[in-house]
Design a binder for this molecule. Structure first.
Ligand SMILES: Cc1ncc(COP(=O)(O)O)c(C=O)c1O
Length: 383
């Protein structure tokens, strides 16, 4: 059955007056997500504190994330951010032996490189995999870097700067063949592309709720493959990471036997309300339909940018692309500000204007954006 995307678009009041192409930064607010925030406030006014219901909310978010990733709830930690999840994971790594290398790509969002560099005083050796001459990081580049000293390959699914998507299944095969584990940073893909951690065969995955998952800031997740949970013991901890949260035992650290051991303190209750509502919107529309729609929109946007002789720098092939179309500009920050004055919301990263698409965007958004870019070309065009 074909979905009526124009009807789905009406769930987002922002889209009535704005060409919103900033989904790689923050998703648009759905009416149901707004209602979830309000429900939390209402409960605070009337009930005060309802810890049982709040814990159930966190568990609901955990199982929705698990459904989305094709994982089990006991493989999911609900974290405060991607950074919090990565720090918890890093605290469980040992770098004193021969397997002390962490491989990152040059496409990483800073946090997934900085946190591994922060482990250097503990013995970690961080190796960066650069792009080839064509600007893409192919499997050959990873093959050169991954060796028997590699403990972890920590890679982004989609690059936040240029929209390039890495061959994660291929990277996992290379890493596993050398005995290394793989952490996927899927923040720029989750909710816009199907992320199936089991078929990708990644060992860990981290993401958050404010972009394509339509939730809010201050909440994320860390997936840990079940077979690795017992042997991965974080030294970051807290009472919500304990086997029995209610134990209140100050004489020992007894970490949960599941991925909850990567959590820490009181969950961000209001964020759970918003995240739950956002996840439900995404799961209701369905990841296959969303992914198809996002590819169709990005493909069309790239074609139209070629028509106006300002081609995007994002790879053309669907297999190498996510939801972002990046366009290099001489003055990307000024160009974004100009677009914003015309009601077109994009973002600027590393001299690129990022137009990032979700299923609720449409052909009219593309035409509005490309029309404005055409007019701006002489002043802000390609470098
Ligand atoms: C790919 C990627 N990873 C990580 C982050 C940062 O995540 P957090 O602020 O939740 O630590 C971002 C934020 O934009 C991102 O795009």
């Amino acid at each position: 059955m074909d979905l009526d995307f124009e009807a789905l678009r009406k769930e987002f009041p922002l889209l009535a007056g704005t060409t919103y192409l900033n989904n790689g930064s923050y998703g648009a607010l759905a009416n149901t997500v707004k209602a979830a925030f309000e429900a939390y406030l209402e409960e605070r006014l009337i009930v005060g504190a309802d810890w049982d219901a709040w814990i159930m909310k966190t568990e609901s978010v955990r199982s929705l994330v698990a459904t989305l990733l094709r994982a089990a709830p006991d493989e999911i930690a609900i974290t405060a951010s991607v950074s919090a999840g990565l720090n918890a994971l890093a605290s469980a790594c040992h770098f004193s032996g021969v397997r002390n290398k962490v491989i990152v790509s040059d496409f990483e969002f800073p946090t997934n490189a900085q946190i591994w560099h922060a482990q250097e005083p503990r013995g970690a050796k961080v190796v960066h995999v650069p792009p080839a001459a064509d600007g893409y990081i192919s499997l050959e580049m990873f093959e050169r870097a991954i060796d028997e000293q590699t403990q972890l390959v920590a890679v982004t699914h989609v690059c936040y700067r240029n929209g390039a998507k890495l061959d994660i299944a291929g990277i996992v095969r290379l890493a596993h063949a050398k005995g290394a584990l793989v952490l996927l940073d899927c923040y720029q893909s989750i909710g816009s592309l199907d992320v199936d951690v089991k078929s990708l065969d990644v060992d860990f995955a981290a993401g958050g709720m404010l972009k394509y998952l339509l939730g809010t800031a201050g909440i994320g997740f860390l997936y840990v493959r079940r077979e690795l949970v017992q042997s991965t013991l974080p030294t970051n901890s807290g009472w919500f990471a304990q086997d029995d949260v209610g134990a209140m035992d100050i004489t020992a650290n007894r970490p949960a036997s599941n991925a909850r051991r990567f959590e820490a303190g009181t969950p961000a209750v209001v964020n759970c309300y918003a995240a739950e509502a956002g996840l439900k919107v995404i799961l209701n529309v369905g990841m296959a339909a969303i992914e198809n729609r996002v590819y169709a929109l990005t493909r069309r946007c790239m074609q139209r940018m070629e028509d106006i002789d300002w081609p995007s720098i994002t790879p053309n092939e669907d297999a190498r692309r996510g939801a972002t179309v990046a366009i290099a500009s001489r003055k990307s920050t000024e160009l974004c500000a100009q677009l914003k004055q015309r009601g077109i919301v994009t973002s600027s990263r590393a001299n690129n204007v990022r137009a990032s698409f979700h299923y609720y965007n449409n052909e009219a958004d593309i035409e509005c954006f490309v029309g404005a870019m055409k007019e701006a070309r002489d002043r802000y065009g390609p470098p």
